[in-house]
Design a protein around this ligand. Structure first.
Ligand code: FE2
Length: 289
């Protein structure tokens, strides 16, 4: 494990748990990130899976510029969430035009364990999220390590799922969980269901991870109900408290995580009394194998 004094890094690194997550200290993102510093951040991202940057100003344009250093940034199909003049940014807010909580959760699908962009052929690599307004109670973000989740499966489970593929479908997960603000026909056409391996190999670390979450609908070649039951069982088996980092937000914190080897969720808050505004973008990765 690295300590804050580890001289391999051009910044201080403070691990958040024994297994995953690290705080990166001493990087002022607003000023732009030099290539050599970015390379080190990227190594830390691969090693720790979740990076937390302490409270600091990060204007929308700087957030998008930093995301572009990771790769091509997703333009989310749900264009009603686009923000600040950047189609790459996606804002989740429950504030009305007067800045008061409006009582409506902006996307209750985020309350279930999932991985961003698994409903696309090219799935999410990094997600970068900035907390503009944080809830006093609830509204946490939790992360669970899917390398560890795979490693802990019984050998019989590993053999059973080795060659399975799951169909991921944004319309399924969104409609099933809340049915609010359903996808338009055009949005559905733009993002038809896609299949991915249930066990993927991380393209950079070479490690196997479980790759399901709440967007996974059914298993290719298996009766629908049987596939649903298998996905539900594996999604529950995947979560281990000691492989989880639970983040309680401070205003203006910034978090980057690797969707290829994590599931994440937000926890509930009272949208009638608590304000919560986050803006995020997701970088496109690759077609999982
Ligand atoms: Fe998410």
């Amino acid at each position: 494990m690295n300590s804050a004094a580890d001289l391999r890094w051009p910044f201080a690194v403070r691990p958040l748990t024994p297994k995953l997550g690290a705080e990166i200290l001493g990087v002022r993102l607003e000023e732009g990130v030099a290539d050599d510093v970015f390379r080190a951040i990227y190594q830390a991202f691969l090693q720790y899976q979740v990076l937390l940057f302490p409270p600091q100003p990060l204007p929308p344009g700087r957030q998008v510029a930093f995301a572009r250093q990771f790769g091509e940034v997703q333009i989310h199909v749900m264009n009603q969430y686009h923000a600040d003049g950047f189609p790459e940014l996606y804002r989740l807010s429950n504030l009305d035009e007067h800045g008061k909580p409006n009582g409506r959760h902006p996307d209750r699908g985020t309350l279930e364990w999932h991985t961003d962009g698994s409903w696309s052929r090219v799935t999410g690599q990094a997600t970068l999220i900035y907390g503009e307004v944080v809830a006093g109670t609830g509204g946490e973000t939790h992360f669970c390590d899917m390398y560890g989740a795979y490693d802990r499966l019984e050998p019989a489970w590993k053999a059973r799922i080795a060659d399975l593929r799951a169909v991921h479908n944004l319309d399924f997960s969104r409609t099933r969980r809340h049915g609010e603000d359903p996808m338009t026909e055009e949005q559905r056409r733009a993002k038809p269901p896609v299949d991915h391996p249930v066990v993927r190999t991380h393209p950079e670390t070479g490690r196997k991870c479980l790759y399901l979450g709440d967007h996974a609908e059914y298993i290719v070649g298996m009766p629908y109900d049987q596939g649903r039951a298998l996905i539900e069982e594996l999604n529950a088996l995947a979560i281990h408290p000691d492989l989880t980092y639970e983040h309680r937000w401070q205003p203006n914190e910034f978090i980057v995580w690797d969707n290829r080897c994590l599931l994440h969720r937000a926890t509930a808050y009272d949208p009638a009394t608590q304000g919560r505004v986050v803006r995020r973008c997701t970088v496109l990765g690759e077609v999982p194998v």
